[in-house]
Design a protein around this ligand. Structure first.
Ligand SMILES: C[S@@+](CC[C@H](N)C(=O)[O-])C[C@H]1O[C@@H](n2cnc3c(N)ncnc32)[C@H](O)[C@@H]1O
Length: 216
């Protein structure tokens, strides 16, 4: 089998047996995340700006992935419920959260994160009363863009691409969530002719956030 989960001294990791690539594991205490966390502000973090709430808002991350976005929002002070469809990715994040709870600096941050193994296009009934939803699946891109950095590259190779936006928007609307934030590569094409259009966009260096308002 090409991929396997292995418990390494650094934590649970996804190993690619065909390629000489570093194993994929999640570490919320990495130097780059700690630095980003220290500098966090509504002005500097596009995602925080898109949520547009004071610390303490409730955000539903419908595509948790490695949980970086959720961790950033929790570092700002938001409470984030993370839904992840892949059991493997869910286990990697679960292990990282367990390790982070042992770290005095990270503990109060990860206390604001709740993780579930769930396909978020199916109604997640406990998710009532959320202020915003975040959607960052791996969309099929019409135009070839640069490969994503490090861990995301391996995640993409492991999971593959292919997601449609509408089922997420419908699920968020059914849950009565007013604001849905969709993350896309910065240079991703405008939505197809008949597709629902965002109310506004925030553009960063490598990604773009499309903000939709739901009728609730
Ligand atoms: C690009 S990653 C998300 C990265 C994440 N924003 C982060 O900061 O690490 C996309 C993730 O969405 C998950 N996903 C895709 N469709 C999903 C669905 N319907 N329900 C839950 N998770 C889903 C994939 O399994 C994958 O782990």
């Amino acid at each position: 089998m090409r991929y396997g989960l292995e418990m390494l001294p650094t934590g649970l990791a996804l190993v690619d047996h065909y390629r000489q690539k570093p194993p994929l594991s999640v570490d919320y205490g990495s130097p780059s995340l700690r630095l980003r966390q220290k500098k966090i502000s509504a002005k500097g973090e596009l995602l925080v700006r898109a949520v547009k709430e004071k610390p303490g808002a409730r955000v539903l991350d419908m595509t948790a992935g490695l949980g970086t976005d959720a961790f950033i929002l929790a570092s700002y002070g938001h409470d984030v419920t993370m839904l992840e469809r892949s059991k493997t990715v869910y286990l990697l994040v679960k292990d990282a959260l367990k390790r982070a709870r042992q770290d005095a600096e990270l503990k109060p941050v990860v206390a604001r994160l709740t993780l579930h193994h769930w396909d978020s296009t199916r109604p997640f009934l406990p998710a009532i009363g959320f202020d915003a939803a975040l959607v960052d699946p791996m969309f099929d891109e019409k135009k070839k863009s640069a490969l994503p950095p490090g861990n995301m590259q391996m995640l993409q190779a492991f999971l593959g691409r292919g997601a449609e936006l509408q089922p997420f928007l419908t699920a968020a609307q059914e849950l009565g969530i007013r604001r849905t934030i969709v993350k896309r590569p910065r240079l991703d094409r405008a939505p197809a002719k008949n597709a629902v259009r965002p109310v506004y966009q925030l553009t960063g260096r490598s990604s773009r956030l499309d903000v939709f308002f739901n009728q609730v």
